[in-house]
Design a protein around this ligand. Structure first.
Ligand code: NDP
Length: 469
């Protein structure tokens, strides 16, 4: 069985321990992933430390060229990596699946390669001039999740190296293979040590984030682990970008034509089988529109084929891992016991972590499926009578990553959008992220933003040169 390897200082590392990674669609073993030792974590950080200064000293234009070459590598290996993503993560090759994930990797690499953060005169008068410049931070620890394993790793890696930092990346233990392969390929066009990996199954993330030579931590995952990382940063004073998922509400305004929005609502909720940080996880619909919204959602859902994502035509794959599969089933079973109207759509293949598309009508605030992040293909639909009540419900949870408002005319949605507490409020779309548009959460969904100029600033430290004239 093929043994995948970490990379440190441009060299493949022969780890002693490894574990089998399995395809969530059928349980097949895909290969062995390495388990780093504490020494290997230190070696990777030291390699990154050694590489960082020379990397930061090359010209900005040279770094941009390196990053364009990374994008070329991603583009030319898209097919290979997309197939690995599908086999390991579960999302289908087709539709908004792994080919789409690879296109996003290329886009989120090329865009930062075109952006600039030049020194800025922030104040000037007859007596003084103050110039703000941005320096790299040093070695960045990046901990990527299993839902969009390559795309989110790229969100962390590219801005970091664009600004002259080096990176030690730790993929999720559920999805290490495609990420290790991507980093191996990228390393062919980067100087050794600029991008390194460690991997493991339970202690490596903590060792990496506590390391005294880590200058910044980028983490996407659960709020519980986010809290631990905040505590760990007391050791090294590393600033953190935390993207901790959400429980995004969508509010359909009274009188909105259900047919026009059903497909947008469907993919807003069921993208990647609902395993997306900014997915619709609670849908608020006016009581007069409830029947029509349910009917149109069922119509869209019934067009989907559920199955092994390697088969063309499949648009809905399995849940990525047993932990998540059990969690979604438990929340749906709780909804069923609370007299919700549980509608399961789609034929589910045997074997693998497959679940039907599940619409849970007559859901109510306070129920587990509404209040907890399901991170799976089960959407609670809650009826409201007064819009003010729906807005209050939408805002009452701790999460605040995304939200959306759906209306016949976008202008009708602006007042409601202003009142929703979230890092991004979309109108007539959900989760529509873009590499130029800052993205980040409020409240327990984390802090710091990624993407665009703001994302570049987040991987630098500001330094002022203040001159007396
Ligand atoms: P976690 O949030 O627990 O993240 C796991 C990752 O964090 C692993 O790489 C792990 O590495 C690392 N880690 C664990 N403890 C620490 C620590 N103390 N310091 C630093 N790193 C640490 O996610 P899970 O995969 O367990 O998923 C749990 C829930 O998170 C899901 O059910 C889902 O709701 C949510 N989630 C949200 C995502 C999002 O996009 N926002 C993505 C994925 C999940 P190691 O094992 O080596 O310690």
């Amino acid at each position: 069985m093929h043994k995948y390897k970490n990379i440190s200082n441009g060299h493949m590392i022969n780890s002693y321990e490894s574990y089998a990674v399995r395809n969530p669609a059928n349980g097949d073993s895909l290969g062995l992933a390495p388990i780093s030792t504490a020494d290997e974590v230190d070696t990777a950080v030291q390699a990154a430390l050694k590489a960082q200064k020379p990397w930061s000293e090359i010209s900005d234009n040279e770094r941009k060229e390196f990053i364009q070459r990374v994008a070329d590598v991603l583009e030319s290996n898209s097919d290979y990596l997309a197939k690995l993503i599908t086999q390991e993560q579960g999302k289908p090759l087709a539709g908004p699946g792994s080919r789409f994930e690879m296109q996003a990797c290329v886009g989120w690499t090329r865009v930062p390669a075109t952006l600039e953060l030049p020194p800025e005169t922030v104040y000037e008068d007859d007596e003084r001039k103050d110039v703000l410049q941005r320096s790299p931070l040093g070695v960045i620890a990046a901990i990527a999740p299993w839902n969009w394993p390559l795309m989110i790793a790229i969100w962390q890696i590219i801005p970091a190296i664009r600004m002259g930092n080096s990176v030690v990346l730790k993929p999720s233990e559920y999805t290490p293979i495609a990420t290790l392969e991507m980093v191996r390929l990228i390393n062919d066009v980067l100087p050794p040590g600029v991008l390194n990996t460690v991997s493991g199954d339970g202690t490596i993330g903590a060792q990496l984030t506590r390391h005294p030579d880590i200058a910044k931590i980028m983490f996407t995952g659960s709020a519980d682990t986010g809290r631990k990382i905040i505590e760990a940063s007391a050791n090294n004073f590393a600033p953190i970008t935390l993207e901790l998922g959400g429980n995004d509400p969508a509010i359909v305004l009274p009188g909105t034509t259900a047919k026009n929005i059903a497909e947008g609502l469907f993919w807003g909720a069921f993208l990647n089988m609902g395993q997306t940080c900014a997915c619709i996880k609670r849908l608020y619909v006016h009581e007069d529109d409830y029947e029509s919204v349910m009917a149109e959602l069922k119509a869209v859902a019934s067009q989907m084929t559920i199955g092994n994502g390697m088969d063309e035509g499949v648009l809905i794959g399995p849940i990525q891992n047993r932990m998540q599969y059990d969690k979604v089933r438990e929340l749906v079973s709780d909804a069923r016991m609370n007299d919700c109207d549980v509608v399961e759509i789609g034929e589910v293949p045997d074997g693998g972590f497959f679940l039907p598309i599940t619409l849970v009508g007559n859901s109510r605030d306070g129920q587990r499926l509404v209040d907890e992040e399901q991170f799976g293909p089960a959407l609670p639909i809650i009826q409201y009578r007064n819009l003010g009540d729906a807005i209050a419900s939408a805002n009452k949870l701790e999460a605040g990553l995304g939200a959306s408002v759906w209306a016949n005319e976008p202008d009708q949605a602006s007042e409601t959008a202003q009142q929703l507490e979230a890092g991004t409020v979309w109108v007539n779309q959900h989760g529509a992220i873009h590499p130029m548009v800052p993205f980040g959460g409020h409240k327990a969904s984390g802090y710091g933003v990624e993407f665009g100029i703001e994302g570049l600033k987040a991987v630098t430290r500001p330094k002022v040169i203040s001159i007396k004239k």
